[in-house]
Design a protein. Structure first.
Length: 173
Protein backbone atom coordinates (compact mmCIF):
# COMPACT_ATOMS: atom_id res chain seq x y z
CA UNK A 1 0.00 0.00 0.00
CA UNK A 2 1.47 3.34 -1.05
CA UNK A 3 1.57 6.52 0.98
CA UNK A 4 -0.65 8.44 -1.44
CA UNK A 5 -3.36 5.79 -1.17
CA UNK A 6 -3.70 6.41 2.58
CA UNK A 7 -3.93 10.20 2.24
CA UNK A 8 -7.09 11.95 1.17
CA UNK A 9 -7.22 14.02 -2.01
CA UNK A 10 -7.07 17.37 -0.13
CA UNK A 11 -4.02 16.23 1.84
CA UNK A 12 -2.25 15.27 -1.39
CA UNK A 13 -2.92 18.73 -2.85
CA UNK A 14 -1.53 20.40 0.25
CA UNK A 15 1.58 18.24 0.16
CA UNK A 16 2.38 19.26 -3.44
CA UNK A 17 4.76 22.28 -3.22
CA UNK A 18 4.80 22.80 -6.97
CA UNK A 19 3.92 26.46 -7.77
CA UNK A 20 1.14 27.29 -10.21
CA UNK A 21 2.17 28.11 -13.74
CA UNK A 22 1.39 31.63 -14.88
CA UNK A 23 -0.36 31.50 -18.24
CA UNK A 24 0.95 34.59 -19.96
CA UNK A 25 2.23 34.34 -23.51
CA UNK A 26 2.49 38.01 -24.42
CA UNK A 27 5.41 38.84 -22.13
CA UNK A 28 3.75 42.04 -20.93
CA UNK A 29 3.59 40.84 -17.32
CA UNK A 30 7.27 39.96 -17.43
CA UNK A 31 8.08 43.37 -18.90
CA UNK A 32 6.07 45.13 -16.18
CA UNK A 33 7.79 43.13 -13.46
CA UNK A 34 11.20 43.73 -15.01
CA UNK A 35 10.61 47.46 -15.29
CA UNK A 36 9.33 47.79 -11.71
CA UNK A 37 12.17 45.63 -10.34
CA UNK A 38 14.81 48.10 -11.41
CA UNK A 39 14.25 50.31 -8.36
CA UNK A 40 12.83 53.26 -10.26
CA UNK A 41 15.91 53.87 -12.41
CA UNK A 42 14.15 52.98 -15.62
CA UNK A 43 10.54 52.82 -14.55
CA UNK A 44 8.54 54.91 -16.99
CA UNK A 45 4.86 55.21 -16.34
CA UNK A 46 4.14 56.26 -19.91
CA UNK A 47 3.79 52.59 -20.75
CA UNK A 48 0.69 52.23 -18.61
CA UNK A 49 -0.88 55.67 -18.18
CA UNK A 50 -0.72 59.09 -19.79
CA UNK A 51 1.00 61.03 -16.99
CA UNK A 52 4.75 60.89 -16.49
CA UNK A 53 6.29 61.07 -13.04
CA UNK A 54 9.12 63.53 -13.68
CA UNK A 55 10.91 62.47 -10.50
CA UNK A 56 12.03 59.37 -12.35
CA UNK A 57 15.22 59.89 -14.39
CA UNK A 58 13.97 57.83 -17.33
CA UNK A 59 10.84 60.02 -17.56
CA UNK A 60 12.97 63.15 -17.58
CA UNK A 61 15.12 61.61 -20.32
CA UNK A 62 11.99 60.83 -22.35
CA UNK A 63 10.75 64.42 -22.01
CA UNK A 64 14.16 65.81 -23.03
CA UNK A 65 14.21 63.46 -26.03
CA UNK A 66 10.73 64.70 -26.99
CA UNK A 67 11.90 68.31 -26.72
CA UNK A 68 14.94 67.54 -28.89
CA UNK A 69 12.73 65.91 -31.54
CA UNK A 70 10.43 68.96 -31.50
CA UNK A 71 13.43 71.27 -31.97
CA UNK A 72 14.61 69.11 -34.87
CA UNK A 73 11.21 69.61 -36.50
CA UNK A 74 11.48 73.40 -36.32
CA UNK A 75 10.06 74.13 -32.88
CA UNK A 76 6.57 73.79 -31.37
CA UNK A 77 5.09 76.57 -33.52
CA UNK A 78 6.04 74.71 -36.70
CA UNK A 79 4.35 71.43 -35.73
CA UNK A 80 0.70 70.70 -36.44
CA UNK A 81 -1.52 68.69 -34.09
CA UNK A 82 -1.35 65.68 -36.41
CA UNK A 83 2.42 65.83 -36.46
CA UNK A 84 2.43 66.02 -32.65
CA UNK A 85 0.28 62.87 -32.52
CA UNK A 86 2.71 61.09 -34.83
CA UNK A 87 5.62 62.36 -32.74
CA UNK A 88 4.10 60.95 -29.54
CA UNK A 89 3.48 57.61 -31.28
CA UNK A 90 7.08 57.57 -32.49
CA UNK A 91 8.39 58.31 -28.99
CA UNK A 92 6.33 55.51 -27.47
CA UNK A 93 7.41 53.09 -30.19
CA UNK A 94 11.04 54.08 -29.64
CA UNK A 95 10.59 53.46 -25.90
CA UNK A 96 9.11 50.01 -26.58
CA UNK A 97 12.01 49.15 -28.88
CA UNK A 98 14.52 50.22 -26.24
CA UNK A 99 12.81 48.07 -23.61
CA UNK A 100 12.71 45.09 -25.94
CA UNK A 101 16.40 45.60 -26.73
CA UNK A 102 17.13 45.54 -23.01
CA UNK A 103 15.08 42.37 -22.60
CA UNK A 104 16.78 40.68 -25.56
CA UNK A 105 20.24 41.52 -24.26
CA UNK A 106 19.41 39.72 -21.00
CA UNK A 107 18.50 36.49 -22.79
CA UNK A 108 20.98 33.63 -22.85
CA UNK A 109 20.19 32.92 -26.51
CA UNK A 110 17.99 34.48 -29.16
CA UNK A 111 17.50 31.15 -30.90
CA UNK A 112 14.94 28.53 -29.93
CA UNK A 113 16.99 25.43 -30.72
CA UNK A 114 14.03 23.11 -30.30
CA UNK A 115 12.06 24.86 -33.05
CA UNK A 116 15.16 26.02 -34.95
CA UNK A 117 13.95 29.61 -35.09
CA UNK A 118 14.52 32.94 -33.37
CA UNK A 119 12.44 33.80 -30.35
CA UNK A 120 9.16 35.55 -31.20
CA UNK A 121 10.06 38.72 -29.27
CA UNK A 122 12.82 39.38 -31.78
CA UNK A 123 10.32 39.29 -34.63
CA UNK A 124 7.96 41.60 -32.75
CA UNK A 125 10.83 44.01 -32.13
CA UNK A 126 11.50 44.13 -35.85
CA UNK A 127 7.83 44.92 -36.51
CA UNK A 128 8.08 47.82 -34.05
CA UNK A 129 11.28 49.08 -35.71
CA UNK A 130 9.57 49.01 -39.11
CA UNK A 131 6.62 50.90 -37.64
CA UNK A 132 8.98 53.49 -36.14
CA UNK A 133 10.73 53.92 -39.49
CA UNK A 134 7.37 54.51 -41.24
CA UNK A 135 6.32 57.10 -38.63
CA UNK A 136 9.66 58.89 -38.85
CA UNK A 137 9.48 58.97 -42.65
CA UNK A 138 6.00 60.53 -42.39
CA UNK A 139 7.40 63.17 -40.03
CA UNK A 140 10.42 63.80 -42.20
CA UNK A 141 13.97 62.86 -41.36
CA UNK A 142 15.62 66.15 -42.26
CA UNK A 143 16.31 68.75 -39.58
CA UNK A 144 14.27 71.92 -40.01
CA UNK A 145 15.63 75.23 -38.79
CA UNK A 146 13.40 77.65 -36.96
CA UNK A 147 12.41 80.63 -39.03
CA UNK A 148 14.17 83.73 -37.73
CA UNK A 149 12.30 87.00 -37.22
CA UNK A 150 13.11 89.82 -39.55
CA UNK A 151 14.29 93.07 -38.01
CA UNK A 152 10.92 94.74 -38.62
CA UNK A 153 9.02 91.85 -37.01
CA UNK A 154 11.33 91.90 -33.98
CA UNK A 155 10.90 95.68 -33.59
CA UNK A 156 7.11 95.20 -33.71
CA UNK A 157 7.23 92.51 -31.00
CA UNK A 158 9.37 94.74 -28.75
CA UNK A 159 6.99 97.67 -29.28
CA UNK A 160 4.00 95.49 -28.34
CA UNK A 161 5.73 94.33 -25.15
CA UNK A 162 6.59 97.89 -24.14
CA UNK A 163 3.01 99.00 -24.79
CA UNK A 164 1.66 96.11 -22.69
CA UNK A 165 4.04 96.96 -19.84
CA UNK A 166 3.07 100.64 -19.99
CA UNK A 167 -0.59 99.69 -19.64
CA UNK A 168 0.29 97.58 -16.60
CA UNK A 169 -0.86 94.38 -18.21
CA UNK A 170 1.02 91.15 -18.51
CA UNK A 171 3.00 91.01 -21.75
CA UNK A 172 1.54 88.51 -24.17
CA UNK A 173 3.82 86.25 -26.15
Amino acid sequence: MSLSATLSASEVKMADPKPRRIYSKSGLNTLKADVSRRKGRTKVRLLFDKRLDLRIPAARALVSERDAWIEDMGGPEAISAKQMTLLDAALRTNLYVQHLDSFLMQQASLVNFKKRSVIPVLRERQVLVDSLARILSMLGLERKERSALTLEDYAEVVAQRKAAQAEGGVPSE
